[in-house]
Design a protein around this ligand. Structure first.
Ligand SMILES: [Zn+2]
Length: 356
């Protein structure tokens, strides 16, 4: 479907922004607000905090594309065939009693990371669409390999940013409902707590880049990545985005979240030390002229793995929703070709013990 078809539709504009156009709200708001404010920074504020209350990347820039660029992308974008990745049934007994550190890809950017007695869920999305509404928006073509009901008790949930394919209201509500007496502890980027407050979810800590929190014997560090935030045409970059370094006694894991390739990864290793495992995004990269700043491709993801010194890496953010122009199976094939990024099937549990 091209943009003119979409604009001719009677659907409200906020709904038109979905499928490939997860990026439209930001573009619309930049038309309204103007791009690239150059106002003076408060000397005492971190460089990524702007005086107008928005955030920028560590290079000092907000990711911004003109409306003309958006139109060009939409005009030229091919129809992408949905695929359903083959999955394996979850090993529920193992998930409830892990013998060692392990990780299971549930789909998109959702992992169940089990380390040192803690069950950690990343960017949980179990819904059929990555959208504010259930009748439009990017549709899921690979179902979640594990249902919310099948999950073990979740201790920690990490939210990298507020795009609909990473912060999903129905999934958060379902997790809350499943554990009414012992809800998970959420770690979210700066400014995101208010969203949870509105929904009565109280165990939420927001972290600025380089801030950390200790949970039992595990430390969660929020780290900079190159991206942006938005859930409506009016809230561009008003909350922060982040990756997380999970430093546990048995393994150090970097969950990148959503990011373009940048110097942030070398900085993370320099400031916090190298990691053992990197969970890296490998999809949503085409066309490069439009996506490169916000989404790395598999070869750039390989460079991230090298930058952070990870001895193992697992690809994510592919094969689940069709968001951009590349064929849905291509990220997995190109990640496999790097020789350093594993692409497990949804539902497959990977043991992370050092002997493996
Ligand atoms: Zn995103």
């Amino acid at each position: 479907m091209n943009l003119s078809t979409r604009l001719n539709s009677t659907l409200p504009r906020e709904i038109l922004m979905f499928r490939k156009s997860l990026f439209l709200p930001a573009l619309v708001s930049s038309l309204i607000a103007g791009c690239g404010s150059t106002s003076q920074l408060d000397e005492n504020a971190p460089a990524h905090h702007r005086p107008d209350g928005t955030f920028v990347n560590t290079n000092g820039e907000a990711i911004s594309k003109s409306f003309g660029a958006l139109l060009k992308w939409q005009r030229e974008s091919p129809d992408v065939e949905p695929i359903t990745l083959p999955s394996v049934p979850p090993q529920l007994e193992n998930l409830n009693n892990p013998k060692a550190a392990q990780v299971t890809w549930i789909g998109h950017s959702t992992f169940l990371l089990q380390v040192d007695g803690l069950n950690i869920l990343t960017d949980p999305i179990f819904s059929d669409r990555a959208s504010p509404v259930n009748f439009a928006g990017p549709k899921r073509s690979t179902p979640p390999a594990i249902t919310v009901e099948q999950l073990p008790v979740i201790d920690i949930v990490l939210i990298s940013h507020n795009h609909y394919d990473h912060l999903d209201k129905d999934s958060v509500k379902a997790l809350d409902k499943k554990q009414p007496d012992n809800p998970p502890q959420y770690y979210v980027p700066l400014g995101q707590k208010a969203w949870f407050d509105k929904r009565g979810i109280e165990r939420v800590v927001e972290l600025d880049w380089w801030a950390s929190a200790a949970v039992e014997h595990v430390t969660v560090h929020a780290v900079p990545v190159q991206h942006w935030s938005s859930r409506s045409p009016f809230d561009r970059n008003k909350v922060l985005w982040a990756g997380f370094l999970i430093d546990s006694p048995s393994i150090r894991t970097l969950f990148v979240g959503d990011s373009g390739y940048s110097n942030d990864f070398k900085d993370i290793a320099a400031r916090l030390g190298e990691v053992d495992l990197a969970l890296v995004p490998i999809g949503a990269y085409d066309p490069r002229w439009f996506m490169k700043a916000a989404h790395m491709n598999p070869e750039e993801a390989r460079q991230v793995v090298l930058d952070v010194g990870a001895t193992r890496a697992i690809g994510m953010h592919w094969g689940t929703f069709s968001l951009t122009d590349e064929p849905m199976n291509e990220p997995g094939e190109r990640a496999d070709a790097t020789g350093v990024i594993e692409t497990p099937k949804p539902g497959q549990t990977i043991s992370l013990s050092v002997d493996d």
